[in-house]
Structure formats: C-alpha cells, structure tokens
Design a binder for this molecule. Structure first.
Ligand code: ARG
Length: 594
C-alpha cells in the first residue's frame, strides 16, 4: 500500500508553488502552515517574506491567494489580519484522505517510512546486577521502549543495548562470600513461574549482598580475601568468572520477571553490560593518551575541560584510568562508544539515562568528539535525560521508612487499583473473571507508563496512583476507554459496516476529528526526530478529546441516514486504529472490552 500524502503536506505544496510564482525570492520559503481554530489552517509565512521583499503584506497575500491552485482540495482561502492566510478544505478532500489511510492493509495508516533511515543504538533499561531495580530504572525502560517502537515504526534500524552494571569491585566481596557459602543462591520454590522465581532470585541476592557486606566491614581477613578476588576477576581467572556468572544469571531471572510484569520485551542478546567492554578498556586509554586527548595527572589518566570546574574553581577531569590502574564507568562508556560507532556502524547514539548523570555524559561525549569517534554530522550522541520521580509530597519517592520503593511493589499496587476500577464496570460490559484480571494488568501497567510518558522526560514527575488510574483527565485509562467504547459501537452496529462516503458533508466535530487523524504521521515523524514521546501522548489525548466532542454532536448508530451511520462508523473505526497504533508505540495495550 502506498503511503498517503497528508492534507497538511498537500496544502503546503500548493502554497509553496503559489509563493514561488508570485515572487522569485519566495522560492523555498516556508509558508508556516498551522492548524487553526478559525479555519482549518492558517499560514503566517507571508509576513516575513513581505518584510524581506519590502512589499505590503496584505497585497502580497492577495496576490498569492490568486495564484493558489484550489482544485478539489481547498474550499476557501482568504487573507486575514496583517497578511495571514486562512484556509478551509473541502469535506470531500478530508474524507478521501482518511479513506486512503483506512485502506492501508499494512495498518501503517498511510504513514510513510522515513526517506533516509539510519542506525540508532539506544542504551536503555540498564539495571545493576545483584541490586534491586528502582523507579529510575523504570523510567529508563519505559521511555526507552517507547522510543524504540517509534523509531522502528519510521523505518530506522534500531539496535538495543542494555548497559547493565555487571562489573566492578563490589563483585570481589560477593564472589568470595558465595565461594565460602556455595548454597546461598539455590532456589527452593516454584521453578517455571517467572514472577515467583524473579522474587526468589532478588531476595537471595539481597540477603547475600547484606551478609557479605557485613562480613566485609567487620572481618579484616575476609576483606583481604575479597580484594584478592577483584584482581582474579579482572585477570579473567576461570573459577572466579564462573562464580561471577552465577550472579549475572540470577539477576537476569529477576530483571526478566520485572520486564515481563511491565509487559515489555527485553531480549537477552541485547543485554551487553559493562563487562562486555572489558577487553577494549586498555586500548581505549592508549588511543586517548596517544592522541593527547587524555593526559597523566597525579598518576591517573584524565581528560580536562575548560568549562567544567568544581566549587573550588579547580578543573574537574574525567578520569579514564585511576592511579592504581583500575578502569571505571567512564572508560567503559568510551569503549562502548567505539564499539557502537565502529562495529555496529551507528549514526546516532541515544542514552536514556537519569539527568543526574548529565555531567558524566557531557564529558564522555566531548572526549569522544576530541578523539574523532563522534562528530556533529553523521555520528551523533544524545542523552535523553529524565528527571526524578517524586512522591505525592514533592520529595524524591521513598517509602514511609525512607527506603527506596521496590519497583515490583509499585507495579503490583498500580495493578490492584486498576483491577478495582475495571471490576466496577465489569458486569455492565460483560467481562469474565479472566478478562478482569488481564485488563487490570493492562490498565495498571498502562497507567504507570502513560504517567511517565505524558510529561516531558527531563521534568521531575509526581508518582500519584490516584491520579494515574483516574477515568477523567490525561490518563491512559481515559484513552483505553475511548478505544473500548468505539469497539462497543462497532459490535452494536449490526448490518451497518464502516464505509467512507466522500460525497457527504461533514459536521464541525467530524472535520476537527478528521484533520487531527491526518496529522498522526507528522506527529510520529516529529517525535522520532526530537525524541519526545510526550508529544505523541499529547496527540493521542487530543484525539480522544475530539472523539468525545464528536459523540456529543454526532450520533453514530442513530444518525439521520444509513449512509451517514456508515461514514461515522468509518470515522470512529479509523480513530480506534489510530489510538491502537499510537498507544502500541508507547508500549500500552488497548483492550477491546473495558
Ligand atoms: N547502570 C546504570 C545505573 O543504574 C545506568 C547505565 C546507563 N548507561 C550507560 N551507558 N552508562 O545508573
């Protein structure tokens, strides 16, 4: 199925032509077309052009209007104010465009693929081995997964990398302890049930971590044995590595159980943790030192920046190798950049990481630029930084006892609340117990994801479950109900089938809905460019709002004529498909009955 040219793009093309034929210097000028409440569109580009050409804007606008080829697309075009254009489309053009989208057999709704796809490596969902996942890991996973879906939908080649924290000195202590207490990671319960095994794995790891830590702090001899283990690990001693692997495997059982609960697909081969770059670290340092990008300072290998200074005014360097020869987080990230650029052939490196790590990435990217691994043209890096999750009180999200909230508890609570909401309406809708449980999960997890995705990522946001599962307002439940309501209408339609009738006139609410449906592709393209999923959420919320206004003004099954019923069924069905597709891009399900 051929992609559909959007109405906006068609109008834009006609304005560009008219401008070019009016004034030679108008060639290539952007007409600045926007949706407007007064007409369907307004174009503001003539003002700047008139200034440049020293012409009277209203006169110039009048000339342009006389040269616009209206055809079957434009119903009316008029000059307004100081030289704006107000443009109204024909009903027929709107319905015909939507009918083409509806006919798209690939369910892309006529949205074209990007003309020049590149390769993006996206670094997201990166928890740490032997540690509980927290709300920050939730944000990275939710935002990252949405960006993956959106980029893939545009045709970009996307490579996922889960840069888990699976390396470092803390493993010496853990490995030594496990060697001395070999049964500490044994599983006693429900094999086969991922959720149960995930919980058991985490509680094993947590217990082991705490006891090992206690011993490490109180027993000097254990401390010495643990330190020796770090050296063995870095030297690649097979027995030490095998024990380390047990921690990684145990943690993965836990990670996968959480990702499954989040209704998110994370694939094992995409998990390339810090350990995966171990073999590259020495060479990375050598390359940086040889090029003079990094210099020795008090024994450490450092990179300095003019604009990065500490509170005392002294420069704060990025340390690539410590004075004891050890490598840290920065050396790993620099090596990962080399791998992603030179082996994976990426054009874009995207990092979905907490804003509190922004200074680290600023320094890492700048270092890589100086080394020639990144530039600002064909190999770019970008941190999609996200803010902190706050509690209802506006302070960082903690339990009443002041501990970080366990991700699993939080999701379970969201699912519980959502299930209550679903159950209240279950009888009316005719849901089985199984459907109630399934929908409760989709609504609960969707609520958490949507709350995260509907505000700009860099902003902190309040985690408020009451608000998240509310049926009114900008929530996923509101969007899910909009979808389910359409499915219910379609089920009740009997003989009447959704069919486009371009010859029918459209009511204002139908036009508004139709014009918004036309903008889905442009919205997705913009979001893929700017990495701002909240703009897709805003688009979908507006779509649901326009649908509500449409129901108020336009009866569907009780329309004036059977033809009108068919046309309205077609409109709502296309709306449902757009909601479904858009929500899927955000990682959120749309149940048929709710
Ligand atoms: N594991 C890190 C954390 O929990 C996040 C890793 C981010 N990615 C990276 N390439 N540094 O904070």
């Amino acid at each position: 199925m051929a992609p559909v040219t959007s109405l906006t793009a068609s109008v834009n093309a006609r304005l560009v032509d008219a401008l070019a034929s009016t004034l030679p210097e108008a060639d290539g000028v952007d007409p600045l077309l926007r949706r407007s409440d007064r007409a369907d569109y307004q174009a503001n580009g003539i003002l700047a052009l008139a200034k440049k050409a020293k012409a009277n804007p209203r006169e110039l606008a009048t000339q342009v209007v006389s040269r616009v080829e209206s055809g079957e697309l434009i119903e009316e075009i008029e000059v307004s104010g100081p030289g704006f254009l107000n443009i109204t489309l024909t009903d027929q053009a709107i319905t015909t465009n939507l009918a083409q989208r509806y006919a798209d057999a690939d369910a892309r709704l006529g949205v074209p693929l990007t003309e020049h796809p590149g390769t993006t490596v996206i670094d997201y969902a990166q928890p740490n081995v032997a540690k509980e996942m927290h709300v920050g890991h939730l944000r990275s996973a939710v935002i990252g997964d949405a960006v993956v879906q959106i980029l893939e939908f545009t045709g970009e080649n996307v490579i996922r990398r889960h840069h888990i924290g699976d390396w470092g000195t803390q493993f010496g202590m853990l490995i030594q302890y496990l060697d001395e207490h070999p049964h500490e990671l044994d599983h006693k319960d429900a094999a086969g049930d991922l959720q149960a095994s995930g919980e058991a794995a985490m509680s094993n790891l947590d217990r082991l971590y705490k006891t090992a830590r206690k011993l490490f702090d109180s027993d000097e001899e254990f401390k010495t044995r643990a330190r020796r283990r770090v050296v063995d690990l870095q030297a690649g001693d097979p027995h030490t590595l095998a024990t380390w692997q047990k921690f990684v495997d145990e943690s993965k059982i836990y990670f996968f159980s959480v990702f499954e609960k989040l209704d998110m697909e994370i694939r094992d081969p995409d998990i390339v943790g810090e350990s995966g770059y171990n073999d590259m670290l020495a060479e990375t340092c050598r390359l940086l030192e040889e090029q003079g990008v990094a210099v020795r300072s008090e024994g450490a290998l450092c990179v300095f920046f003019d604009d990065i200074k500490g509170p005392d005014g002294n420069p704060v360097p990025l340390i690539v190798q410590k004075s004891d020869g050890g490598y840290g987080y920065a050396a790993t990230d620099l090596s990962a950049i080399r791998d992603r650029v030179f082996n994976l052939k990426a054009n874009s490196l995207l990092y979905v990481v907490d804003a509190r790590q922004s200074l680290h990435f600023k320094m890492v990217f700048e270092t890589a630029r100086r080394a020639g691994w990144l530039n600002d043209e064909d190999v770019k890096a970008f941190q999609l930084a996200f803010g902190t999750v706050l509690g209802k009180d506006g302070k960082p999200f903690k339990t009443r006892e002041g501990e970080t909230v366990r991700l699993v508890d939080l999701l379970d609570e969201a699912i519980d609340r959502a299930t209550t909401v679903v159950r209240e309406k279950a009888e009316k809708v005719g849901l089985t117990e199984e459907e109630i449980v399934e929908n409760g999960r989709y609504v609960g997890v969707g609520a958490v994801k949507y709350a995260d995705l509907s505000t700009s990522a860099v902003r902190d946001y309040k985690f408020d479950l009451d608000q998240m599962v509310s049926l009114n307002g900008d929530t996923s439940v509101y969007l899910q109900y909009a979808y389910a309501r359409i499915q219910s209408i379609l089920r009740k339609a009997g003989e009447a089938r959704p069919t486009a009738h371009p010859e029918l006139g459209l009511a204002p609410a139908e036009r508004a809905l139709g014009l918004h449906l036309d903008q889905f592709g442009e919205t997705v393209a913009e979001v893929a460019e700017s990495y701002e999923p909240h703009k897709l959420a805003a688009y979908l919320f507006k779509l649901a709002t326009l649908l509500t206004a449409f129901y108020d003004q336009c009866p569907v099954l009780k329309a004036d004529t059977p033809t009108q019923t068919e046309n309205r069924l077609f409109l709502v069905d296309l709306t449902a498909r757009t909601l479904h597709r858009g929500m899927a891009l955000l990682g959120i399900r749309t149940p048929d009955k709710l």
